[in-house]
Write a protein that binds this ligand. Structure first.
Ligand code: SAH
Ligand code: SF4
Length: 354
């Protein structure tokens, strides 16, 4: 199987196809002109175009299914070359807005939620992705390809920048090398030009890898899937907590280089009668002391076979109010895509069972 061109940084392409400026041209065609055939790279010699076409593939994945939600978000199921599937979600955060004269005030804002692995090793008891076990890491090209294909499919102009959240299937820090490479390819200004500031890595809390990611100085944003304020409960939800407990995560976060204008996001999956009590909110504030944090409360999204339940709106509001009144920033994640099998892993599950 030929390798995908999306797996290469510009520097790598420079070595493969000298002189240097060729790599920039290729990046331009692939990521900004959205070509679907290498032959379209008009300013490259014909011979080189054919050579590339013979030895490389453009995209390492294809869209096999999509589900549109009433709120405008679209969930995609991608098939990889070896037949495995992963999900991504396109979220429209803001619509275009026009003034009375029809003048465009601002463009729509998009965020793409990408997967980093087929399956996951972490084994969280509330997560559908975990149920299928771990299959393999995605390559950098397979991570990058999700965003490129979604932009193409939706005719999102190449200069319309999008945000990226690594919150799809898999644990990104368990695939650190390919993640770091994808972050670099995404941020290349001749390519998709998505600055690391607009890329958020979400992790279940592998403390040693959070430190490593920080030391790489990539400039990405960090989101921690905390979900519990004491180790006993967190172990039940995230078994890996035995190896990387809450204290070790907090310590790693404190060392993480955060952009001065940004905050570390703490995701808190709220499960009815498990972690939705005010006492947990109180302990959460204590844990976050000294960290420039923002809490994001997420409704647990039930699926067949789980014994966990969705919390009530009232308990979500109570939890949020408790934090807000004590000066901790806290949002409730909108039920984006709630009618399209919301959390990642759930579209894939349907595909496998239908
Ligand atoms: N592995 C990484 C990133 C992928 S999971 C991590 O755990 O952070 C992304 C998010 O999906 C996590 O915050 C997780 O809590 C959430 N999630 C998993 N299962 C869910 C469910 N059934 N309902 C709602 N959110 C869920
Ligand atoms: Fe893996 Fe994240 Fe799901 Fe946990 S929540 S099993 S870390 S994908």
């Amino acid at each position: 199987m030929n390798p995908s061109i999306l797996d290469y940084t510009q520097e790598e392409l420079e070595k493969l196809f000298p002189p240097k400026f060729r790599a920039k041209q290729i990046y331009n065609w692939v990521y900004q002109h959205h070509i679907d055939d290498f032959i379209q790279m008009e300013n490259l010699p014909k011979k080189l175009r054919s050579e590339i076409a013979e030895n490389y593939r453009l995209s390492p994945l294809t869209i096999v299914r999509k589900e549109q939600s009433s709120d405008g978000s679209i969930k995609y199921l991608f098939q990889l070359e070896d037949g495995h599937t992963v999900e991504s979600v396109l979220l429209k955060m803001k619509d275009e807005e026009y003034d009375e004269s029809g003048e465009l005030l601002h463009h729509a804002k998009y965020t793409v939620c990408v997967s980093s692995q087929v399956g996951c090793k972490v084994g969280c008891t509330f997560c559908l992705t975990a149920k299928g076990g771990f299959v393999r890491n995605l390559t950098a090209g397979e991570i990058v390809g999700q965003v490129l294909e979604i932009k193409k499919e939706n005719n999102i102009a190449s200069n319309r920048r999008v945000n990226i959240v690594y919150m799809g299937m898999g644990e990104p820090l368990d695939n650190l090398d390919n993640l770091a490479k994808a972050i670099k390819i995404f941020s290349n200004e001749n390519g998709l030009s998505i600055s690391p500031k607009r890329q958020t890595v979400s992790t279940s809390g592998i403390s040693t890898k959070i430190k490593k990611l920080g030391q790489m100085e990539l400039g990405v944003q960090l989101a921690i899937s905390l979900h519990a304020v004491d180790d006993e409960l967190r172990e039940k939800l995230i078994p890996m907590n035995r190896a990387y407990n809450i204290a070790s995560i907090i310590e790693a976060v404190k060392e993480f280089p955060v952009n001065t204008r940004k905050r570390v996001m703490f995701e808190y999956l709220v499960i009815k009668d498990v972690n939705d009590d005010v006492n947990s909110a109180k302990r959460l504030i204590k844990l976050l002391e000294g960290i420039k944090a923002k809490v994001n409360l997420i409704y647990f999204n039930p699926y067949p076979g789980t014994s966990y339940e969705r919390p009530t709106e009232q308990s979500m509001r109570r939890f949020q109010e408790y934090l807000l009144q004590r000066g901790v920033l806290c949002t409730i994640r909108e039920s984006k895509g709630i009618d399209i099998s919301a959390a990642c892993g759930q579209l894939r599950e349907q595909e496998m069972t239908t």
